[in-house]
Ligand binder design. Sequence first.
Ligand code: NDP
Length: 289
Amino acid sequence: MKISPRLTLNNGVMIDRLGFGLYKVPPAEAAGLVTMALEAGYRHFDTASMYGNETGVGKGIGALSAFGGGAGGSGELAGTLTRQDVFVTTKVWNDDHGYDATMRAFDTSMSNLGLDYLDLYLIHWPCAKRGLFTGTYRAMETLYREGRVRAIGVSNFQPEHLDFLLEKAEVVPAVNQIELHPWLQQEQLREKHAALGIRTEAWSPLGRGQVLADPVILALAAEHERTPAQIILRWHLQLGQIAIPKASSSARLRENRGIFDFELSATDLADIAGLERGFRTGSHPDNVT
Ligand code: NDP
């Protein structure tokens, strides 16, 4: 099964199925890691205002590209990339829910990133008890209509949050970014997304590294002569979802991209389906207020 490296969101915008996630990347290291990731072939970057590293992400992208406005950086890619070659996601944080606060938060993020438009803007957590996420989303719809962001979506939304949002929304979210890996397979949400035309984006796609030691994953890695990370990331691809693994070295960044030239069989997929155990590396969305 040949899988193209990109897929199309519900508004026609293309996104790389494999991105680089920057949660817990220290601000001072973000620019260097983004540069390293660009050199390893990554074009899709996932940050958030809460990560505190948007400025570094913007510097890393700008340093290697013509649109950076600087000296063009150094290295093999210097000056060769255009704005259209990269896809940047950031997220509005929990303290900035509501229409006006979200508009302000967007401006701050864009100033940090040094970009004049964003590719994907997400609501980081629904914080449903605050009762504000529809106002947050309305601001995102405004930004979308104004052309300041190419696609909008949500993160950590449960089925009932999606239902509530869709009663009011005019733009169907392009993605729901959720915790998803072989120990937390999110079958109900994946089915709902498919029915609604929302792409599933997996955060902690490697279970924050913990699923790499699963014996079934290790056995599949041995059988396919691949690494455990490659087995898990290939599983994400074959399920049709976007994945944004974090890694801190050029070797791992490159390893994690080595997933387009082998295939898991139906039996392999069934073996991985059997690993579900409701294990979360992060919070349950109902507990994030
Ligand atoms: P991941 O599942 O991506 O796991 C990252 C861990 O796996 C790191 O410890 C990394 O180590 C290790 N790792 C990566 N590649 C390999 C490899 N090839 N071999 C061995 N170990 C490896 O977890 P994250 O929680 O970081 O999730 C990824 C991204 O998802 C985040 O960076 C963020 O962008 C997003 N996210 C979104 C959330 C949301 O609420 N929307 C919440 C959490 C994450 P090392 O870094 O040392 O190389």
